[in-house]
Design a protein around this ligand. Sequence first.
Ligand code: FAE
Length: 493
Amino acid sequence: MPTLVIGSGYGGAVAALRLTRAGVDTHIVEMGRAWTTPGADGRIFCDMLNPDGRAYWLRTRTAQPVGHLLGLPVDRGIDRYTGVLDAEDFPGIRVYQGRGVGGGSLVNGGMAVVPRRAYFEEILPGVDADEMYRTYFPRANAGLGVNEVDPAWFESAECYRFARVGRDAARRAGFATTFVPNVYDFDYMEQEQAGRVPRSALASEVIYGNNHGKRSLDKTYLAAAAATGRLTISPLHTVTGVAPAAGRGYRVEMVQTDTSGATVATKSVVADRVFFAAGSVGTSKLLVAMKALGRLPDLPDAVGRGWGNNGNVMVARVGHVWNPTGALQSGMPVVGIDNWASSAPVFAEIAPFPAGVELWISLYLAITKNPNRGGFAFDQTTGTVGLNWQTAQNRPSVEAARTVFDAVNRKEGTVYRSDLFGVGKVWGDDLTYHPLGGCVLGQATDAYGRLPGYPGLYVVDGSLIPGSTGVNPFVTITALAERNLDKIIMTDL
Ligand code: FAE
């Protein structure tokens, strides 16, 4: 019986590579589709200016992170389809996640950031930081194909005018800025800027997928795992239940859907080992439901707890007419404002606004140190799992971000935009790209992601991280998965 992995994002891809390389036949079950075949327009993914069904997971209307412009809603009707970006709505927050073979790597901005060591030690004190920074962060960066923008090219590239404008304003207000590595191939991007190859990052492609240039997991970890000949992937299969099987192993139940989301079959298999890699929300929802329904009754009470939004908050400033941000903007951010070493820590990426026309908008996604945490709970009446998180819990993030951007505005003589996140709404405080936690390492699991009481069940994704990493999270998720898989393969297999 093969080992089963639920989900094909960072945790799932690392598990698949390390298990198959260790000689273990591995089967990934992934609810989204395999993004390998082009649509009628010849492209696999649609761009941000012309979203269609491929953009969103089972929605009939787009749910854009920046949902307004000049106070008017910008969302539009689309076909209901198993699209690549899920905007999952909970009462206090909208959580964006990738859906498809490759998980979040299909839709994210590719920013590959190793967390500050002191903060990593603070959030995961039980993990040997020496080992992480010596072995596993470098291994993750190599496996992910991380590269850096050429600083000289950056200074002259038309597509990074917005980033230079944002950087210079931050510096004038006294803040440090830093280049941020990325998994997008910068050689390819230079060719895009020069007009020699089809454009992707420079054609408003990012959160609905990139047709070129991006080293998403299907091109890195998952491709390497497939090359072993030991990996099987079942896309458009959603796991709905996991419980001990009669005899040994675990029975895993799933539904197969078509691209309209309709069920075409229900299936169940028995696996000796199951790795939960459905992401912070997906893994937490499954485990909380299994505990509440008495299918995995001995799971620790810590399952479902310790969820956070990585302190995400978005904000934008109005630029000066004489200092344009550029009609052509790369979808991949490469500069961050680093004010972490302050009493209100902020690490803010200078984000593109790739509308294709000049808008003088400086947009930021701030990562802050928000101590508030939410939790998942099973609702007996609906039979679903909800997330207890109130928008007001994001206030510390807004306050921290305000210290930075008030200072920038003061220095520049500029103001916030209040037309992008709603009418008269300055802060994008009710959405996150970085769900973390819900099955925290060393609390809901042992020190390596094993679920106590259930030998052969493991958690391997962002749900292990207690709500915050202080930077964009996928390098941390990948490195931690590498560490845990090393241990699990050595001692359990
Ligand atoms: P994830 O990548 O979400 O993978 C989970 C997989 O499991 C998905 O493919 C799901 O479809 C699948 N799944 C869920 N439930 C089930 C089920 N029941 N049955 C079968 N399959 C299931 O999890 N992070 C960065 O570090 N840098 C960035 O620049 C960045 N930008 C982002 C931009 C956007 C728009 C978004 C949405 C995220 C961004 N992130 C970024 C966050 C990053 O993508 C995220 O932390 C990781 O993808 C999480 O990795 P996991 O392995 O935890």
